[in-house]
Design a protein around this ligand. Structure first.
Ligand SMILES: CCCC(=O)SCCNC(=O)CCNC(=O)[C@H](O)C(C)(C)COP(=O)(O)OP(=O)(O)OC[C@H]1O[C@@H](n2cnc3c(N)ncnc32)[C@H](O)[C@@H]1OP(=O)(O)O
Ligand SMILES: [Mg+2]
Length: 243
C-alpha cells in the first residue's frame, strides 16, 4: 500500500471510530421494542468518502402504494422471521439495494419515530464501505444516492413545513433539497427520513445546526426521548379513543 493510501485508510478509521463512540452513547437497544404498535425499521447506512461521513438514501419506486417517489432509507415492515429491529433493517436493505448483511457493521439503534400509518419505525445505524455498489430492486427502489452527513446540520437549501398526523399531533417537518453532483439531480429529503438524518448528524457532530430543531441540544438524549414520548402519547390516546 502506498503512503498516501495508508494515510487515507488511517483517516477513514479515525472518522469511523469517533462516530462509533458517539453513536454508542445514544443506543436505545430494545427499550422501545415492547410498545404496542406495528413495527418497521430503516437502515441508516454511513460511509466515509473523501474523509467525510456520507449517508446512503433511496428513492422509492413510483409503483409503490405507499409514499411513491419519496426519498427514504432502505427499510420496511417487520416480518415474523425477524429476530429484532436490526434483522428487519438488514433484511430490507438486502432486498432493496443488494447490501449483504455481512458487509454492514451495525453500531446502534436510535430513538424511533412514528410514520403516517402509525408504524413504530426504528432507525438502525451501520457502517458500510464506500466501494459498495447498490443493486436497486426496481419493484421498490428507483434511485440510490449519497449525501454528506454534514448537509443535515448545514444545508444550502432548507425549509420547514407544518404537518399534522392522523392522530392530531401537530409539528414541523424538515425539508432539504440536495443537488447531487454525481447524478446531476436534485433530491428532496423530508419528513421522517429528514428527521432521522438530522438526529444522526446532531448525535455525531454535536453542533448547533443552521436551522431550528425541537431539541434541547445540551440534553440531547433526554430531549429526543421526551419528543418521541409526546408523539407516542398522542398516537396511543387516539388509538384508545377509537376502540
Ligand atoms: C409523520 C411523517 C410522515 C412522513 O414523514 S412522509 C414524508 C417523507 N417520507 C418519508 O420520510 C418516508 C418514510 N417512510 C419510510 O421510511 C417507509 O415507508 C417505512 C416506514 C420504513 C416502511 O417501509 P416500506 O418501504 O413502506 O415497507 P416495505 O419495504 O416493507 O414494503 C414496501 C411495499 O413494497 C411491497 N413489496 C415488498 N417486496 C416487494 C417485491 N419484491 N415486489 C413488489 N413489491 C414489494 C410491499 O408489499 C409494500 O407494499 P404496501 O406498502 O404494503 O402496499
Ligand atoms: Mg421499503
Amino acid at each position: 500500500m502506498a503512503a498516501e493510501e495508508r494515510e487515507e485508510e488511517m483517516e477513514r478509521k479515525s472518522v469511523r471510530e469517533k462516530a462509533r463512540l458517539r453513536l454508542r452513547e445514544f443506543d436505545v437497544g430494545d427499550r422501545f421494542s415492547h410498545l404496542p404498535l406495528p413495527k418497521a425499521s430503516v437502515l441508516l447506512p454511513l460511509m466515509v468518502r473523501a474523509g467525510k461521513l456520507h449517508l446512503l438514501l433511496t428513492v422509492r419506486s413510483m409503483q409503490l402504494r405507499r409514499s411513491p417517489g419519496e426519498v427514504c432509507f432502505p427499510g420496511g415492515k417487520s416480518e415474523a422471521i425477524d429476530k429484532d429491529e436490526i434483522d428487519t433493517a438488514l433484511r430490507e436493505a438486502k432486498e432493496e439495494v443488494g447490501l449483504q448483511p455481512e458487509n454492514v457493521e451495525v453500531i446502534c439503534r436510535l430513538v424511533p419515530g412514528i410514520d403516517k400509518m402509525n408504524y413504530l419505525v426504528t432507525p438502525v445505524v451501520g457502517f458500510i464501505e464506500d466501494t459498495f455498489q447498490p443493486i436497486p430492486n426496481p419493484d421498490e427502489v428507483s434511485n440510490v444516492f449519497v449525501v454528506p452527513l454534514e448537509y443535515f446540520v448545514k444545508p444550502l437549501n432548507y425549509q420547514t413545513v407544518p404537518y399534522k398526523t392522523s392522530s392530531g399531533y401537530q409539528g414541523r417537518m424538515h425539508s432539504f433539497t440536495y443537488d447531487d453532483p454525481e447524478h446531476k439531480m436534485s433530491f428532496r429529503i423530508w419528513g421522517l427520513t429528514a428527521h432521522f438524518a438530522v438526529f444522526l448528524a446532531l448525535v455525531i457532530f454535536r453542533k448547533r445546526p443552521t436551522f431550528e430543531v425541537g431539541y434541547d441540544l445540551d440534553n440531547l438524549i433526554s430531549s429526543s426521548e421526551n419528543h418521541f414520548m409526546h408523539l407516542y402519547a398522542s398516537v396511543y390516546e387516539r388509538k384508545k379513543s377509537n376502540i
